[in-house]
Design a protein around this ligand. Structure first.
Ligand code: HEC
Length: 203
């Protein structure tokens, strides 16, 4: 009788464990499906091996920081008449933001956008200061180690005269990656200047 009871009990326990496992697994599946959903509209779209199409919809991504006059270049514009500083806005794609918040790392496929606006002023009695006026440049970085030997690649979607372009080839590593590799705080990304990412990082 006792042994029957214990067999029944252990069967019940087994059943409970199976139910628990199943519910955990089905929760995982839901997460995977959501992740998959996010991934099925990738933030970066490539033509062939490395030609990136101009990113779309990034103004709906997560805005991580802005700056003005920030530069490591020794030949930053000298004081003078032409010293009107641009205003830069930085965004990250939402999937990468969520992963970074969870793990503190940028996942494969991370896309970051640097959009530059000309600082503008308005002649209005009582008004001071400047604001982001006309957009003048759009750059992107993409983490994709399968595509790019350096792990990250850097693109510009603006030609010299300010005209926007529909697609771009990555810059050679010396032009962009090397400064990002040396000076940026987290895996080529300048998180030291992005308060939103620092607040999101797991403690
Ligand atoms: C001498 C250093 C340096 C070089 C070279 C450089 N960058 Fe950056 N980059 C920065 C700094 C500093 C930031 C921080 C954001 C800011 O300036 O507001 C940044 C930010 C960015 C961001 C936002 C995401 C991130 O990684 O933080 C992109 C995209 C970007 N740069 C693209 C480029 C591209 C494209 C090139 C090459 C044409 C380039 N960068 C070359 C210093 C550099």
């Amino acid at each position: 009788m006792n042994s029957m009871k214990s067999i029944k009990l252990s069967m019940l326990a087994g059943l409970a464990v199976t139910c628990l496992l199943l519910s955990v697994l089905s929760q995982r599946n839901t997460v995977d499906a959501q992740e998959h959903g996010a991934k099925s509209r990738p933030a970066a779209v490539f033509e062939g091996q490395d030609t990136m199409l101009r990113p779309e919809g990034y103004r709906e991504w997560v805005f991580v920081g802005s700056s003005t006059g920030l530069s490591y270049l020794p030949n930053a514009p000298a004081d003078g008449e032409s010293k009107r500083e641009d205003i830069k806005h930085v965004y990250i794609d939402p999937f990468a933001y969520r992963e970074f918040s969870r793990t503190g790392k940028f996942p494969e496929g991370t896309v970051m956008i640097l959009e530059v606006a000309r600082a503008a002023t308005k002649n209005e009695p009582g008004l001071q200061g400047s604001f982001a006026g006309e957009y003048i440049a759009l750059e992107a970085s993409v983490k994709d180690s399968k595509r790019f030997p350096g792990g990250w690649a850097y693109f510009s979607f603006t030609e010299r005269g300010g005209k926007s372009v529909a697609k771009a080839k990555p810059f050679p590593e010396g032009a962009c990656l090397s400064c990002h590799q040396k000076k940026a705080a987290t895996d080529h990304v300048f998180t030291q200047f992005y308060p939103v990412l620092n607040a999101a990082r797991p403690k």
